[in-house]
Design a protein around this ligand. Structure first.
Ligand code: UDP
Length: 153
């Protein structure tokens, strides 16, 4: 079984509302293994780089304001089909459309505060992990949990 990693970030509204614990619980209950975690306040430069693909969108400035409005909790979660499984439990971008049982569906009300980020592809995951974490401090997939081989990034 191939074990992949994805980047997940509890956004400032999720941190302020005390949702780091419930979100970690959902990832653990799904079967993910935590590889790295860091609570930090990010600067505008990192927020703009992270969301670089959205630079031309009308909401870009507000998105950067939102992401830099307080601490975020950056995490790497690993397991089979990590990107797809994380997106499934996070739910659709707009909490109005995110189904019940998903993080955004259960905890969010509006697209301007959708609680959590999850990478949308393996390439994005590798890029975002590189932006937020030093590779030397990331745990490798546990043979006990998954019995698999890590995807080298
Ligand atoms: N976003 C927003 N308004 C929009 C679309 C997106 O504020 O109309 C924000 C929202 O926080 C979202 C982020 O921009 O999570 C990134 O958008 P993307 O389309 O990549 O969605 P995601 O991958 O986060 O589901």
């Amino acid at each position: 079984m191939q074990v992949e990693q994805t980047f997940v970030m509890v956004k400032p509204d999720g941190v302020k509302r005390g949702l780091i614990g419930p979100i970690i619980t959902r990832f653990e209950q799904k079967g993910f293994e935590l590889a790295a975690i860091s609570l930090r306040t990010i600067d505008r430069n990192l927020a703009e780089t992270h969301y670089g693909e959205l630079k031309s969108k009308p909401f870009f400035g507000e998105l950067v304001d939102y992401l830099t409005s307080g601490p975020v909790c950056a995490m790497i979660w690993q397991g089979p089909h990590a990107v797809e499984n994380a997106r499934a439990i996070i739910g659709k971008t707009n909490p109005v459309e995110a189904g019940p049982g998903t993080i955004r569906g259960d905890f969010g009300m509006d697209i301007s505060g959708n609680i959590v980020h999850g990478s949308d592809s393996d390439a994005s995951a590798a890029r975002e992990i590189g932006l937020f974490f030093d590779r030397d401090h990331v745990a490798q997939p546990s043979a006990q949990l998954f019995g698999g081989t890590a995807v080298a990034r």
